[in-house]
Design a protein around this ligand. Structure first.
Ligand code: MEV
Length: 286
């Protein structure tokens, strides 16, 4: 029996733009998914296309038990975390000698196939390696970890990442003259933000700018907007949608002493708040 866990993620900057090869910055955060795999000829599996694809890709049969602290469909990368932790647990239980790089690459292929659409490798990379990851076109680089005080607000409005990605693609096709400069501007925000990762006040301003640009792309939602405004009013340095939008979650960067006040403000808008921080480890054996 082997148990492995993997963290969720927030996009600090650049969601949607990364789908078009632009730069983005994402960070692994604390809620984790725990997956236990057992080598048995009588498989009992969770009903998930991600799990089925993991066993198929590894070419083995076994049983799996999942314990997730990451709410699903919340934009916090739960499907990537499940996929990465399952691949790592299968690898360990069956002694398949795959490296972390193999697992990240296989997890990305599975995400792309199951989601049947365009996807960036952000979620699977962040879940595998942890920390802060800079995504640029095909390459990824880990940035020095920073101790940020974050509050995530889950709107509890369910959304579909692939549908939101499609919606942006559609808008881009109809209005390239508007959408292309907006994607460039998002990349501009990400590029500026890289140099301010240890300056929360400035970083918060960039998050607010990124959020306005996401609104132009049409991925906002009234519930997210309410929580974002409430967080800023409660003293957050900045707040934005994180992930695909249209529901899912927002993230606020806060002064340490105000994070519980920001969490309360989010909950008073009927969202579910998670006070969180960076996870530097990525996928790990339990
Ligand atoms: C979803 O978490 C973020 C998107 O940029 C899609 C992706 O990166 O795969 C919308």
């Amino acid at each position: 029996m082997a148990t492995w866990s993997a963290p969720g993620k927030v996009f600090l900057f650049g969601e949607h733009a990364v789908v078009y090869g632009k730069m983005g910055i994402a960070m692994a955060i604390r809620p984790r998914v725990f997956v236990t795999v057992r080598d048995t000829k009588r498989p009992s599996r969770a009903k998930s296309p991600y799990i089925d694809s993991c066993f198929e890709a590894m070419g083995v049969i076994g049983s799996v038990y999942i314990n997730s602290q990451i709410p699903s469909s919340s934009g916090l990368g739960s499907s990537a975390a499940v996929t990465v932790a399952t691949l790592a647990a299968i690898n360990d239980e069956f002694n398949l000698n795959k490296t972390r790089e193999d697992i990240a690459a296989m997890a990305f292929e599975i995400e792309k196939t199951v989601q049947k659409g365009r996807a960036s490798p952000t979620d699977t990379t962040v879940s595998t390696y942890g920390g802060i990851v800079l995504i640029t076109g095909g390459s990824r680089r880990r940035l020095p970890p920073q101790n940020m005080h974050l509050v995530v607000g889950d709107s509890l409005v369910s959304h579909s990442t692939s549908r939101m990605v499609e919606q942006v693609a559609d808008l881009k096709k109809r209005h390239p003259e508007i959408v292309d400069p907006v994607l460039d501007a998002i990349q501009g925000v990400s590029m500026s933000a890289i140099h301010q990762l240890s300056n929360p006040r400035e970083l918060g301003r960039y998050m607010n700018m990124n959020n306005s640009l996401l609104e132009v792309l049409g991925v906002g939602h009234p519930q997210l907007a309410k929580m974002i405004l409430a967080s800023r009013q409660a003293g957050a340095f900045g707040a934005k949608i994180t992930g695909a939008g249209g529901g899912g979650s927002m993230v606020a960067l806060c002064p340490k002493q105000l994070k519980h006040r920001v969490a309360k403000a989010i909950e008073s808008c009927d969202g579910r708040a998670i006070v969180t921080a960076i996870d530097t480890e990525g996928v790990r054996k339990e």
